[in-house]
Design a protein around this ligand. Structure first.
Ligand SMILES: Cc1cc2nc3c(=O)[nH]c(=O)nc-3n(C[C@H](O)[C@H](O)[C@H](O)COP(=O)(O)OP(=O)(O)OC[C@H]3O[C@@H](n4cnc5c(N)ncnc54)[C@H](O)[C@@H]3O)c2cc1C
Length: 405
């Protein structure tokens, strides 16, 4: 019989193991991959946006908002920072409250977590894939590809469906279901969006700083600002990842929807109009498609002009018809882009949904249905915004579970 078993050597599993081992517990981690923390290594483009200085409640989403409130009570950014200091990892603060390891290397985070495990005698066994969990009287029987283990304290830290190429699976949800837990249906988030628009190739590769607006059917206006990237399948970029959760919710009841993109958010409509007016020349026969290159990426010009039927006009014709210039400016500030879905879990940083948090104690991460059974991290029905919030939740879960076990 093992004292504590953690399934999954990812973010939350490693912290759970460390905190529990510091209390003198003998911990075994079972990991299906051939190395530890594969997803962690890919975070923040390899730099690991490890947490955020301002983990306010509205940055997290769950079908049970009360859980969000309770799980973070008393566990701030400083708590997480202190934990990392205790394993020798210094953090640096960047813009928008984002926090990174001082080395700017996700691999340093993994190495230090593993080194701490080793120092504390935590045993990590890789290439062990847990297949089945059975409750037998007061203990759990864990069947994996190389045998069977037993424990009275079992932690399910198996993550969720996002990034299957890095090991993302929903097996934790299946284990929870088999033990009588209910599941909130997942969908991919922080994900690129697909589009039914034809000829997307002609805009592909264009990256612009923009403001993206979504009007929800409930009458809310959601806006996100940042880079967007037009691609051959649809649209990507930071502003798109940020708005993707809201888009996905709208697409539950609609086949397609339109995002409105301000392609020059740093200028008001009036400022842009004034700037363009100044450069109009009365007798110029220059094609509009050339003249507009003075203001905007050339690959966006036809998608802007064609819906207005102005693609064959010249500068002088626009000079004579002021209304046309206003239409062009309006289109640049309100560029409509139709979307119809996402790139799926393969492109997603996070999966929403998971084990129903109403069935989990937010102070200990223990199941309210089974003593000695704990869930941590993305397997639970809580997801965060981009900016270090998802890892923040994983660390907090690990700290809480580890302190309890
Ligand atoms: C590309 C990418 C970039 C990201 N960047 C950031 C970022 O910068 N900041 C941020 O806050 N969040 C980021 N995230 C999200 C963040 O990585 C996750 O939310 C976080 O890792 C979840 O932690 P976890 O402990 O729940 O699971 P994970 O870290 O996913 O770990 C789960 C572990 O369980 C193992 N496992 C699964 N099933 C079994 C089984 N049957 N038997 C044994 N082992 C099993 C898996 O192999 C895995 O190692 C990113 C995600 C992706 C995909």
């Amino acid at each position: 019989m093992r004292e504590v078993i953690v399934i999954g050597a990812g973010a939350s599993g490693l912290v759970t193991a460390i905190v529990s081992a510091r209390k003198g517990k003998k911990v075994l981690i079972l990991e299906k991959n051939n190395k530890v923390g594969k997803k962690l290594l890919a975070t923040g483009n390899g730099k690991c946006n490890i947490t955020n200085q301002r983990p306010t409640l509205e940055r997290f989403h769950s079908s049970n908002p009360q859980f969000i409130k309770e799980v973070f009570e008393g566990y701030s950014y400083q708590t997480v920072k202190q934990f990392f200091k205790s394993i020798g990892l210094e953090l640096i603060e960047a813009k928008e409250g984002k926090v990174f390891p001082m080395s700017l290397q996700a691999s340093c985070v993994v190495d230090l977590l593993v080194a701490e495990c080793e120092e504390l005698g935590v045993k990590i066994e890789c290439e062990i894939e847990v297949q089945k969990i059975k409750k037998v009287k007061s203990f759990y029987e864990i069947t994996h590809n190389k045998g069977v283990e037993k424990t009275k304290a079992l932690v399910i830290s198996t993550g969720h469906l996002s990034a299957p190429q890095l090991g993302g699976v929903d097996v934790g949800v299946s284990f929870a279901k088999s033990l009588g837990h209910t599941i909130i249906k997942p969908f991919p988030t922080l994900v690129q969006l697909t589009s039914p628009i034809k000829n997307l190739e002609r805009m592909a590769g264009v990256k612009v700083e923009s403001r993206v607006t979504l009007k929800t059917k409930a009458g809310k206006t959601i806006q996100k600002q940042g880079d967007i990237l037009f691609t051959s399948y649809g649209i990507s970029g930071l502003a798109i990842l940020d708005i993707s959760r809201f888009v996905m919710v709208e697409l539950f009841t609609k086949k397609t929807l339109v995002l409105t993109i301000d392609l020059i958010p740093k200028m008001s409509q009036q400022q842009l109009l004034a700037l363009m007016r100044k450069s109009l020349v009365k007798k110029s026969s220059k094609p509009l498609t050339i003249w507009l290159q003075g203001f905007i990426n050339k690959k966006l010009i036809l998608p802007i002009l064609e819906p207005l039927n102005l693609q064959n006009e010249t500068v002088s014709s626009i000079f004579l018809n002021k209304k046309h210039l206003e239409e062009i400016v309006y289109k640049i500030k309100n560029f409509n882009f139709e979307v119809n879905g996402s790139r799926g879990y393969k492109g997603a940083e996070v999966a929403t949904g998971g084990v129903n948090t109403k069935e989990i104690n937010p102070k200990t991460m223990e199941s309210k249905k089974h003593k000695g059974l704990y869930f941590t991290g993305e397997v639970l029905d809580i997801d965060g915004d981009r900016g270090g919030f998802n890892l923040h939740f994983a660390w907090v879960c690990g700290l809480r579970a580890g302190e309890e076990i």
